[in-house]
Write a protein that binds this ligand. Structure first.
Ligand code: ZN
Length: 153
């Protein structure tokens, strides 16, 4: 077995650097092992002196384990609802309390003016490129969907 790096290693072996040894927390590395007829992808826990390390794991074995882990990572709907309400309360509270201070109002007015200018610049850019830009809502929705079910994405 000979470890070597290729430029598209991260695309073929996406868990390299993203998964860790449970015992010593060393990041996984990846390599292609040259067999008789083919190259086979492996992950490796590289640290010497750690009992769990130094063993190679076939790519499909560890990626199936990772996929199963993602399947189990689904927060309860009630937890999401509570987090969302908490966030909204905080947001409303911030708006209500900050708006009573004149200097804060002035600061916000300046900021709003700057944002309006920026909005015009961006609107012109959108027209020029002819491409729709993802809205804030879409972006937030994608994030929440990812948190709700990482495996699906
Ligand atoms: Zn280890």
């Amino acid at each position: 077995m000979h470890a070597h790096q290729t430029s598209n290693l991260s695309a073929d072996l996406p868990l390299a650097g993203a998964d860790f040894c449970g015992d010593c927390e060393t990041p996984l590395t990846a390599y292609w092992s040259k067999g008789r007829n083919n190259h086979h992808p492996y992950y490796l826990r590289p640290k010497r002196g750690c009992e769990s390390c130094g063993k190679s794991i076939r790519r499909n074995v560890i990626e199936e384990e990772f996929e199963q882990l993602l399947h189990t990572m689904q927060p309860f709907a009630t937890l999401f609802k509570a987090a969302r309400e908490l966030f909204k309360d905080l947001w409303d509270h911030r708006l209500a309390s900050s708006a009573t201070v004149p200097s804060v109002i002035a600061a916000y007015e300046t900021r709003i003016k700057a944002l309006e200018d920026r909005k015009i610049v961006l609107a012109v850019k959108i027209i020029r490129t002819g491409r729709p830009v993802r809205s804030f809502d879409d972006t937030v929705r994608t994030t929440i969907e990812f948190l709700a079910s990482p495996w699906q994405l």
